[in-house]
Design a protein around this ligand. Structure first.
Ligand SMILES: *[C@@H]1O[C@H](CO)[C@@H](O)[C@H](O)[C@H]1NC(C)=O
Ligand SMILES: *[C@@H]1O[C@H](CO)[C@@H](O)[C@H](O)[C@H]1NC(C)=O
Ligand SMILES: *[C@@H]1O[C@H](CO)[C@@H](O)[C@H](O)[C@H]1NC(C)=O
Length: 258
């Protein structure tokens, strides 16, 4: 009995095959448009800025995956809130300098905290960092005074940032519109004390050797491609799921027509 049912459904689904393939093709074809956003002259777009700057693809990906980019762009686009931001964007080489697996070991929520930790809810031009009072709150701080960092400056407008685990210098400016958004590049990932301090589970060697500038330069583009490939893989998997959904619907429709 069971056997008959199975062979029956197999027969009907094989006669459906062309229709199903068509449905699958339609579903798969649609969302696979190129993810690379063209730099726009319109509203501020944090991803555009990072992609434009090149060599910040890992951070751009994390912003996108955690959807923090959408929050930032939305708040920057909303003149009523008057929100401004400073983004401390680690380079791809900075991410390569992390112990391997550090990022993946973080829960999704901690990854989001890590990303938010690199955003200051205040616009600082380089000279304005002198006015920052320590500890400086980040977007990850919430109301609890956690996830702060310390900033030190000197007379030559050099700025150091310290998390209690990592200390690094602002290495350059990627973007500055003079009022709402400044984006700087860092050569280290800011590991928050709250996640990587001595007593936290994710605790890691903070200053594990950064690859030499030469080898980092060699490896960075390849890493970017791996990330792109991984993202493509995930997108592909989503498309496949969508295709399965379409198959299920098509089978269902066919069944109810009969
Ligand atoms: C991207 O770079 C181009 C060329 O340098 C520049 O015209 C454009 O304003 C940049 N876009 C952003 C968002 O920085
Ligand atoms: C930044 O850190 C470097 C190295 O730790 C140190 O030599 C320099 O004096 C610091 N500068 C500031 C402005 O804190
Ligand atoms: C920041 O500086 C204060 C003293 O000014 C110190 O107590 C605190 O531990 C520092 N925090 C970090 C994250 O470096």
């Amino acid at each position: 009995m069971k056997r008959t049912a199975a062979s029956h459904s197999m027969a009907s689904s094989s006669s459906l095959l062309p229709l199903l393939l068509l449905a699958a093709t339609l579903v798969v074809a649609k969302p696979s448009s190129s993810p690379a956003a063209a730099p726009s002259a319109g509203p501020l777009n944090i991803i555009d800025i990072l992609v434009n700057a090149t060599r910040h693809r890992t951070f751009a990906r994390l912003l996108r995956e955690t959807q923090v980019d959408l929050q930032v762009d939305k708040e920057l686009g909303d003149d009523d809130t008057g929100n401004t931001f400073t983004v401390l964007a680690p380079s791809d080489a900075a991410f390569l300098g992390l112990r391997s697996g550090v990022l993946n070991a973080l829960s999704q929520q901690d990854q989001e905290e890590l990303v938010l930790y690199h955003l200051l809810p205040h616009y600082y031009s380089l000279p304005m960092f002198v006015t920052a009072s320590n500890p400086v709150r980040t977007q990850a701080s919430g109301n609890h005074g956690a996830y702060t960092l310390n900033v030190t400056t000197d007379n030559d407008m050099r700025v150091n940032v310290s998390t209690g685990v990592v200390r690094t210098a602002i290495a350059g400016s990627l973007f500055d519109d003079g009022e709402k958004l400044a984006v700087y590049t860092l050569e280290k990932v800011l590991l928050p004390y709250d996640l990587f301090g001595p007593r936290s589970p994710a605790s890691s060697k903070p200053d594990s050797k950064v690859p030499s500038a030469q080898s980092a330069a060699d490896v960075a583009p390849a890493a970017g491609e791996n990330i792109a490939a991984a993202a493509g893989l995930r997108a592909g998997r989503r498309n496949l799921m969508a295709a399965f959904g379409a198959l299920a619907i098509a089978i269902h429709c066919f069944a109810s027509i009969n």
